[in-house]
Design a protein around this ligand. Structure first.
Ligand code: SAH
Length: 251
């Protein structure tokens, strides 16, 4: 008799464990809804060449775009839109960039795993996370303090320990950690900031939107050649929020 009840007890326990496992798995399946949306976004909006749009081909970049949970970097109310190929507001008048542009600019930098990258305009931290999937170290500067703080928190929560975020005016770069293999500016500048050119390694690349605020700008690829000479090439029209300066610093 006691033997029997043991068996039955074990059966009930097994059933409970199975039930718990099923419930857990069902919950875990809800996030993969995002997973599929992300895979679809990479295939259809980023890798595919379409009308007036060149598909991103760098496998490292595509892998990074598949890996970063963009929905964790957008406001909770906009999570359903996280894998649509468009920018979204992140508060303080700023936006998280469109995924295609994030991927395209990342590809422009021709990153290698051992690289150190400087980003100007941390915003949500999403672009920094994409970079961190590919390179060894990312330094990122954000001029709006609450955004810098929130991005640092999100990046930490998502396990991106190789990203360092600082609140400040990125126009001046981050001389303590220079020179950088690559620099990415994710706000539109009226000109290429000389301190950033200075902090780029010979052989390094910079992606920067240059042009008037609140209008179409040119996405520029700046290459610093081994002899220090600069080569600039305009690669496509883009629209970014303006690169603001310290005196207009929003706290
Ligand atoms: N890369 C971001 C999107 C950035 S939007 C992302 O992945 O979410 C541009 C950001 O640049 C904004 O957050 C804006 O506050 C910031 N910014 C504007 N001027 C700046 C400056 N001079 N230095 C640093 N950040 C700046």
């Amino acid at each position: 008799m006691p033997q029997h009840s043991h068996v039955r007890g074990a059966g009930i326990l097994a059933a409970c464990l199975l039930g718990t496992w099923l419930v857990w798995n069902a919950r875990a399946e809800d996030t993969p809804g995002f997973n599929e949306a992300r895979t679809r976004m990479v295939e259809l909006d980023i890798a595919r060449t379409g009308w007036a749009r060149e598909g991103v081909k760098d496998e490292r970049v595509l892998k990074a775009m598949r890996a970063v949970l963009r929905h964790e970097f957008v406001p909770e109310s906009d999570r359903g839109e996280a894998y649509a190929d468009r920018p979204l507001p992140i508060g303080h008048g700023q936006t998280i960039s469109q995924p295609y542009i994030v991927a395209y600019m990342t590809e422009m930098l021709q990153l290698k795993p051992e690289h150190t990258v400087l980003e100007i305009g941390t915003g949500s931290g999403y672009q920094a996370a994409v970079l961190a999937e590919i390179v060894a170290k990312v330094y990122s500067i954000e001029i709006v303090k609450p955004l810098a703080e929130r991005a640092a928190e999100t990046l930490k929560k998502q396990g991106y320990e190789t990203v360092e975020v600082k609140h400040g005016d990125g126009y001046f770069g981050w001389p303590e950690h220079a020179p950088f293999d690559a620099i990415i500016v994710t706000a539109a500048a009226s000109h290429i900031p000389p301190p950033l050119v200075e902090q780029l390694k010979p052989g390094g690349r910079m992606a920067i939107p240059v042009g008037p605020p609140l209008q179409t700008q040119n996405l520029i690829l700046v290459e610093k050649l081994e002899d220090g000479a600069l080569r600039r090439r305009s690669v496509m029209p883009v629209r970014f929020v303006p690169l603001t300066r310290s005196k207009a610093e929003a706290e």
